[in-house]
Write a protein that binds this ligand. Structure first.
Ligand code: COA
Ligand code: AMP
Length: 627
C-alpha cells in the first residue's frame, strides 16, 4: 500500500491513533489522551482534555528551539515599496506586547476582537496576540463596507476592534476609519475599545476619534503578556463567510484541532518544513490568509511571506516572480484568477524570464477550480508541478489535494486529485444515494470531519445543523457539486447553491439581491453568477421595475452599483444590470436561477417541468440572445 493509501485508511479506520500521532507535532500543556469526542454527535470535538496555547506553538517554541534569529514573517509591500522582516524573536516580542495592550484594555480569554486590517504585519500580530491571551479574533476583509462590518460586529459582540488608517489599492487609498466609525454607529453591540495602526500613506488616525487608541503609543508602554493556556476545544477564531442569505456565517475554529491540522498539512500537503519559505498570496481576511499566511507556516517553523499588492499592475505581471526570487520562496499558493491575470498581461511569460524562481518547487492553487487551460499554461511556463486543491472556509484546510509531502501523485487537469486523509468524501444524488464513478452529484463528507474543520457556527448550532448537516443524515454538505472518477480523483464542478466565487472572493448572490431589491424603482430582482474569463464568475443582476416607474437604464445601473459598493463593498464587483419584463419562476414562485445562468452563459438548457409561465423564459432568452 502506498503512503497516501495507508494514511487515508488509518485516518478513518484507526482514527484515534492516527490523529493522536499527528497531535505530537504540537506542544501541549496537557497532552490529549483521546482524539475524538463524539458524545454530542453530530457535533464533534477534537482532542478533549488537551490544553495548549496556539501562539506559543507558533512562536515561543521555535525561539526555544534555536530559531529565534530565523525570519518568521517577511512583509513585502509592492504598494509602498517596503520589505520588513521579523525574526521569530522579534515577532514574539511584538505579539507579546500587543497581547499586553489588549490585556490592559480588559480583553480576556473568550472575548472577541474584530481585526479589520489591510495586508500589514500588524494584522498577523493582532491575530497572534489574541491567540496568546485566549481571546477570539474575527478578521473582517478590508474590501467590505461599513454595513458588512457592522453585521459581523453585531454577531460577534466584540470587546475591541483593531484597525488601521487604511489599505492601499492601485490608484486609491481605502480609508478604514470612517468605515469603522460608521459600522460602530450602525451596530447594536459596539466594541468598547478601538485601536488604530496609523499608516503614514493613508489619512486619518486614532486622534480623530474620541477615545480611540493609537497602536504605536500603546505598544511603546505595553508590558508583554504571558500566554494563557486554553482548552483544545476553546475557540481560536470566528471567520465570517458568505452563505446563501445575506447574513454571513460565523465559522468557529478551535485551538487544538486547528494546530494539529495546520501542522500536519504544511508538511504533508505542501511539503514545507521548518526553515522553508512559504508564500500564500491571499489576504488575512480570507481563510487562506488565516491558515497559510499566518498559522500553518508559523506553527511549522517556516518563514511566511505577507504580500501587499496585486499579481499585475504593481508594477507589472512580474510582481509575483519578483517576490519569489527576492525571498527564495519554496512554494507559492495563489488563486487561479491571479494566474489568469498574469497570463493575460504577459502571455509569453517574458516577465517571468527576468527572475530566478528556481527555489520554487510547487505552485498551489485554490479558491476556485483551476481550469485546465490555466493549469497547462502555468505548468508550461513554470516547469514545476501546478497543484490544484479544494477546500472552503468551513474546513480550514484541503478536502482534496495532491499530497506533495506525503506521496506526490500524477496530476489530472481539472481535478484537485484525491481525498485528503480524514475526509470521507462521497457523491450523493438528490435522494441521498451514492452515485456511480464519474456521475455528478452533491459532494458530501461523511461525519465526523477531521480536526481543524469548523466546530460549528458562532452561537448558532441550529444554523450549523440546518445549513450543513440536515440535507443528508450523517453527512456534511459542502455546497459543491462534482464527481469522483474510477481512479478516486475528485472533480469539483461548482456550487449547487447561491454562493458565487468572484476572483477567488466568496460572495452571496442573496446578499447582493437584498441590496438591489431595496432600490425604490425595483419590484423584484435576481442576481446570478455568470462566467467571467478573468474572475471566474461575476454577479449579474436582472431587475423588474415597479409598474409606472420610469428610470434611464444607465441611471438605474449607476445607482445600483453605488448601493452595492456602499452596502457590501467594492469587492462585490457588481456592474451588470439588465432590466427585464419578468423573472422566470416555478409554479411555487421560486426564481429559476440555474436556467437564467445557463441562458446568460449561452449554454444549452432544458425548460424545467415546474415552470410557471414558459413565455417569460422565452422572452428572457430572446433578450439575452441565449440558445
Ligand atoms: N480593500 C479594499 N478594496 C479592495 C480590496 C481590499 N482589500 N481588495 C479588492 N478591493 C477592491 C478593488 O480595488 C476593486 O475596486 P474597483 O472596483 O474600484 O476597481 C474591487 O475591490 C474588485 O477587486 P478585485 O476583485 O481584486 O479586482 P481587481 O480588478 O482589482 O484585480 C485580480 C483582479 C484577479 C488581479 C485580483 O482579484 C486578485 O489578485 N485576485 C486574487 C484573489 C485572492 O487571492 N483570493 C484569495 C483566495 S486564495
Ligand atoms: P471559500 O470558503 O471562500 O474558500 O470558498 C469555498 C468555495 O470555493 C468552495 O466551496 C468551492 O465552491 C470553491 N473552491 C475553492 N477551491 C476550489 C477548487 N480548488 N476547485 C473548485 N472549487 C473551489
Amino acid at each position: 500500500m502506498g503512503k497516501y493509501a495507508d494514511a487515508f485508511d488509518r485516518s478513518i479506520s484507526d482514527r484515534e491513533a492516527f490523529w493522536l500521532e499527528a497531535a505530537q507535532g504540537v506542544d501541549w500543556v496537557t497532552p490529549p489522551t483521546r482524539a475524538l469526542d463524539d458524545s454530542n454527535a453530530p457535533l464533534y470535538r477534537w482532542f478533549p482534555g488537551g490544553e495548549l496555547n496556539t501562539s506559543v506553538n507558533a512562536l515561543d517554541r521555535h525561539v526555544a528551539a534555536g530559531r529565534g534569529d530565523q525570519a518568521a514573517l517577511i512583509w513585502d509591500s509592492a504598494m509602498v515599496g517596503t520589505v520588513r522582516t521579523y525574526t521569530y524573536s522579534q515577532l514574539l516580542d511584538e505579539v507579546s506586547r500587543f497581547a499586553g495592550v489588549l490585556s490592559a484594555q480588559g480583553v480576556t480569554k473568550g472575548d472577541r476582537v474584530i481585526v479589520y486590517m489591510p495586508m500589514i504585519p500588524e494584522a498577523a500580530i493582532a491575530m497572534l496576540a489574541c491567540a496568546r491571551i485566549g481571546a477570539v479574533h474575527s478578521v473582517v476583509f478590508g474590501g467590505f463596507a461599513a454595513p458588512e462590518l457592522a453585521t459581523r460586529i453585531d454577531d460577534a459582540q466584540p470587546v475591541a476592534l483593531v484597525t488601521a488608517s487604511g489599505g492601499i489599492e492601485p490608484g486609491r487609498n481605502i480609508e478604514y476609519l470612517p468605515m469603522a466609525a460608521k459600522a460602530i454607529e450602525l451596530s447594536e453591540f459596539p466594541p468598547t475599545t478601538v485601536i488604530v495602526k496609523d499608516r503614514e500613506q493613508v489619512a486619518g488616525s486614532a486622534a480623530d476619534f474620541d477615545g480611540w487608541l493609537d497602536w504605536d503609543a500603546e505598544m511603546a508602554v505595553a508590558a508583554p503578556a504571558d500566554a494563557v493556556t486554553v482548552a483544545a476545544t476553546d475557540p481560536l477564531y470566528v471567520l465570517y463567510t458568505s452563505g446563501t442569505t445575506g447574513k454571513p456565517k460565523g465559522v468557529v475554529r478551535d485551538n487544538g484541532g486547528h494546530a494539529v491540522a495546520m501542522t500536519w498539512s504544511m508538511g504533508n500537503v505542501y511539503d514545507i518544513k521548518a526553515g522553508d519559505v512559504f508564500w500564500a498570496a491571499s489576504d488575512v481576511g480570507w481563510v487562506v490568509g488565516h491558515s497559510y499566511i499566518v498559522y500553518a507556516p508559523l506553527l511549522s517553523g517556516a518563514t511566511t511571506v505577507m504580500y501587499e499588492g496585486k499579481p499585475v499592475g504593481t508594477p507589472d505581471a512580474g510582481a509575483f516572480w519578483r517576490v519569489v526570487a527576492d525571498h527564495k520562496v519554496s512554494a507559492l499558493f495563489t488563486a487561479p484568477t491571479a494566474i489568469r491575470a498574469i497570463r493575460k498581461a504577459d502571455p509569453e511569460a517574458a516577465e517571468l524570464a527576468k527572475y530566478d524562481v528556481s527555489t520554487m518547487h510547487t505552485l498551489f492553487a485554490a479558491g476556485e477550480r483551476l481550469d485546465p487551460d490555466t493549469y497547462e499554461w502555468a505548468t508550461e511556463v513554470l516547469g514545476v508541478p501546478v497543484v490544484d486543491h479544494w477546500w472552503q472556509t468551513e474546513t480550514g484546510w484541503a478536502i482534496a489535494a495532491n499530497l506533495r509531502g506525503l506521496e506526490p501523485m500524477p496530476l489530472k487537469a481539472g481535478s484537485p486529485t484525491v481525498r485528503v486523509p480524514g475526509y470521507q468524501v462521497e457523491i450523493l444524488d438528490a435522494g441521498g444515494a451514492q452515485v456511480t464513478d464519474g456521475s455528478e452529484g452533491n459532494i458530501v463528507i461523511k461525519l465526523p470531519l477531521p480536526p481543524g474543520t469548523l466546530a460549528g457556527l458562532w452561537r448558532d448550532d441550529d444554523r450549523y445543523r440546518t445549513s450543513y448537516l440536515s440535507a443528508f443524515d450523517g453527512y456534511y454538505l459542502t455546497g459543491d457539486s462534482g464527481y469522483i472518477d474510477a481512479d478516486g480523483y475528485v472533480f469539483v464542478l461548482g456550487r449547487s447553491d447561491d454562493v458565487i466565487n468572484v476572483a477567488g472572493h466568496r460572495l452571496s448572490t442573496g446578499g447582493i439581491e437584498a441590496v438591489v431589491a431595496s432600490h425604490p424603482a425595483v419590484a423584484e430582482c435576481a442576481v446570478i453568477g455568470i462566467h467571467d474569463d478573468l474572475k471566474g464568475q461575476r454577479p449579474s443582476g436582472y431587475v423588474v421595475l415597479k409598474s409606472g416607474v420610469e428610470i434611464e437604464p444607465d441611471t438605474l445601473r449607476s445607482e445600483l452599483v453605488k448601493m452595492v459598493r456602499d452596502e457590501i463593498g467594492a469587492v462585490a464587483t457588481f456592474r451588470d444590470v439588465t432590466v427585464v419584463a419578468a423573472l422566470p419562476k416555478t409554479r411555487s414562485g421560486k426564481i429559476l436561477r440555474k436556467t437564467m445562468r445557463q441562458i446568460a452563459d449561452n449554454e444549452e438548457y432544458t425548460v424545467p417541468s415546474t415552470i410557471e409561465d414558459r413565455s417569460v423564459l422565452d422572452a428572457l432568452a430572446e433578450q439575452l440572445g441565449g440558445k
